[in-house]
Design a protein around this ligand. Structure first.
Ligand SMILES: [Zn+2]
Length: 303
């Protein structure tokens, strides 16, 4: 563990009460990354203070009263959690977006000075809003304050079998954008080489861990149906799940998680506590290693 590497905090910035997986409500998994020279970095933002002040001020009625039913809890807004952790929201200088769906962008307006990094194809899709579905998933009111964007396209370097990875302008080389298209046209994962090893926030590339962890692809019916309804390119989405399955099999040392799975979120949080405790007490390094064999067995036994 090197103190010059980014340190990652896991937060959930929304509770989606209408959709469950294995008995738990979906979350919105957001990362707060402490970097040595680039200040604080957010990966996604969940819902923000404007949404929690009045859920229908910007979100669609179908999201608020229909398929999502987010819990109205201002404490979940990233800006409030950042204050609770003892940081200043002004120190959030960069936000890296997996994609621009309404449940990921609500917090952008709480950080109007931050640079927003996203894939060029995602910026195009969310500004053009060509289809009925795009008009309901991309809500310009959520970025009406004006975005200072950095976009990426084309080829980059390789990362554990994935291509077109970019180091992000103004950010440390330990933070990478990994194209995982399908859910939307410019949907990406975000990989971080943190003090505790590599992690990959896979955004909405999957919802049920059994889609990408374990030999056989399985998915709980409710989130399976939801993903099918909101996907932009089915074959690309499934292709990327195949690649993620190879990644989790070949590199169990990489912590892979998606945006909305509450079980993965709890594991990430719990592991962070274990690591910090082990580090502060000088306990065995083995305690600090993620145990993916236990994790995979657990996914396999879930209903
Ligand atoms: Zn989402």
């Amino acid at each position: 563990m090197s103190p010059s590497m980014p340190r990652v905090h896991h937060m959930t910035c929304a509770c989606i009460q209408r959709l469950r997986i294995h008995g738990k409500h979906l979350c919105c998994h957001v990362l707060l990354v402490e970097t040595p020279r680039s200040g604080l970095v957010l990966v996604d933002t969940g819902l923000g203070t404007q949404d929690y002040a009045d859920l229908t001020s910007r979100l669609t009625r179908s999201f608020v009263y229909g398929y999502a039913r987010p819990k109205r809890d201002p404490a979940l807004a990233a800006v409030n959690q950042i204050r609770a952790l003892g940081f200043s929201p002004d120190d959030v200088r960069h936000i890296v977006m997996t994609h621009m769906d309404l449940d990921h962008v609500g917090g952008l307006s709480d950080f109007p000075k931050a640079k927003v990094h996203l894939h060029a194809a995602e910026l195009k899709q969310c500004t053009e809003r060509r289809t009925f579905r795009d008009k309901h998933r991309y809500l310009p009111a959520m970025w009406a304050h004006g975005l200072d964007t950095e976009t990426y396209a084309g080829n980059g370097e390789a990362w554990f079998g994935f291509e077109a990875v970019r180091e992000l302008r103004g950010l440390p080389p330990e933070i990478l954008m990994i194209p995982l298209f399908g859910h939307t046209l410019g949907h990406c994962g975000v990989a971080i080489q943190s003090r505790d090893g590599w992690l990959l926030h896979a955004g909405d590339a999957y919802f049920d861990p059994r889609e990408v962890k374990g030999e056989e692809r399985r998915c709980a019916w409710q989130v399976g149906l939801f993903q099918a309804l909101v996907q932009t390119d089915r074959s690309l989405r499934l292709h990327n799940q195949d690649r993620l399955r190879r990644l989790t099999a070949d590199h169990p040392e990489i912590e892979v998680f998606c945006a909305h799975n509450p079980w993965e979120f709890e594991e990430c949080q719990g592991r962070g506590v274990t690591r910090r405790t082990a580090a502060s007490t000088g306990a065995a390094a083995a305690l600090m290693m993620p145990d993916n064999s236990i994790q995979q067995t657990r996914w396999a036994t879930l209903g």
